[in-house]
Design a binder for this molecule. Structure first.
Ligand SMILES: O=C(O)C(=O)C[C@]1(C(=O)O)C=C[C@@H](O)C=C1
Length: 366
């Protein structure tokens, strides 16, 4: 996997907080609203970059689609009057040109744009030779390659200040969240590209104010580098996403209440205790693997008997019996039903794969 050579996030702007906090209204509604919100946010002393939606991609036509070019003038004023760097979403080459012309300090590619490689490439082409921090939101669907692909397009255009934004994933299912957090996607991205900073967007994951602090803390616990949170001077009167915006004061409190964690500790006692516990885990993991290998040998033997006696691989009754017994046992040992079922499913698929190979008399792949 290619490693990106990324400028550390704390070097992007003269003053970058921990976490890097990007805050501001969902939409730039008026000069007064943009400036008043910015001044309040500046007063919190916690905001690294001010955001405001200039061009808004809307699900249905007829909704407020942003003020466009004129709102860039308001962002210029925010910069001049508060000193905060400013950022907005771009979706086309024309947006990029206008935003750069207005001196916008950082740009982001929205989730509905990341899904389209033509659009991301158009944005990347418009950025050739420009040194500006770029953020790439995850695509609306949980497709890690598409997300990394968007980042690669900007990287190939010469951008070195890049971060991903985790804003959750669209789902047909009703849930407490507007967009399913699916942390496993952010974790997979971080595992493949530990050098790539990830900023979490709790506002879009939650869709309502109440859950924002929970998701923000979770982001900190998972070692994410930043937060993008929508904040409006008067959330109830917001033209867009009114339910998920917070006042600058509420935002300041929320950030103040976060427990910040570090990826490592230099405390000798902590390090040696952790080392001991990890050794225990190593032993147990080795044992689990060894027992799995033994189980699979028995499965193969059963496969041979089945082949020689023309009996089917899948044995629904036996498998149901296993699920019921193991789940009860696991529950008694404090393991969740969901975890046990997923683990058993994985084992069953591997058993079936091995027995299929035996039935077809293919040598078993290790
Ligand atoms: O008991 C069997 O018949 C098996 O082949 C073993 C096994 C298992 O992995 O436990 C595998 C496939 C069957 O569907 C049921 C159980």
């Amino acid at each position: 996997m290619k490693v990106f050579d990324i400028t550390p996030i704390n070097e992007w702007f003269p003053s970058v907080g921990n976490p890097l906090l990007i805050a501001g209204p969902c939409s730039a509604e008026s000069e007064e609203q943009v400036l008043a919100t910015a001044k309040e946010l500046k007063r919190t002393g916690k905001v690294s970059v001010y955001r405001a939606g200039v061009w808004k991609p809307r699900t249905r036509p007829g909704e407020f689609e942003g003020h466009g070019t004129i709102a860039l003038e308001w962002l210029k004023k925010v910069k001049a009057e508060t000193g905060m760097p400013v950022t907005c979403e771009v979706a086309t080459a024309k947006h990029v040109e206008e935003a750069l012309e207005a001196g916008v300090d950082m740009l982001w590619v929205g989730a509905r744009t990341t899904v389209n490689p033509f659009s991301v490439q158009e944005i990347a082409d418009a950025l050739k030779g420009v040194d500006i921090p770029m953020l790439v939101k995850n695509p609306v669907n949980p497709d890690l390659s598409l997300w990394i692909g968007g980042i690669e397009r900007l990287y190939n255009a010469g951008i070195r200040k890049i971060a991903a934004i985790h804003r959750g994933f669209s789902s047909f299912e009703k849930s407490a969240f507007r967009n399913e957090p699916m942390w496993e996607m952010a974790i997979a991205l971080k595992t493949q590209h530990p050098e790539l900073p990830i900023i979490v967007d709790p506002s879009h994951i939650c869709g309502n104010r109440e859950l924002i602090s929970y998701i923000s803390q979770k982001a900190m616990d998972l070692d994410m580098q930043g937060l993008m949170i929508e904040s409006h001077i008067n959330p109830a009167a917001a033209w867009t996403d009114a339910k998920q915006q917070v006042t600058p004061e509420a935002l300041s409190k929320l950030i103040g209440n976060l427990t910040l964690r570090k990826a490592e500790s230099e405390n000798i006692e902590f390090v040696s205790k952790l080392e001991q516990l990890r050794q225990n885990i190593d032993k147990l993991d080795d044992l689990i693997i060894q027992k799995m290998a033994e189980r699979m040998q028995i499965v193969e033997k059963i496969g041979e008997y089945k082949r020689d006696n023309d009996v089917t691989i899948l044995q629904v009754n036996r498998w149901e019996e296993i699920i019921a017994k193991r789940t009860a046992f696991a529950q008694a040992l404090n393991l969740s039903e969901n975890f046990t079922h997923r683990l058993l499913d994985l084992i069953h698929s591997e058993s079936i794969r091995r027995q299929t190979d035996i039935m077809n008399e293919k040598p078993v792949e290790q």
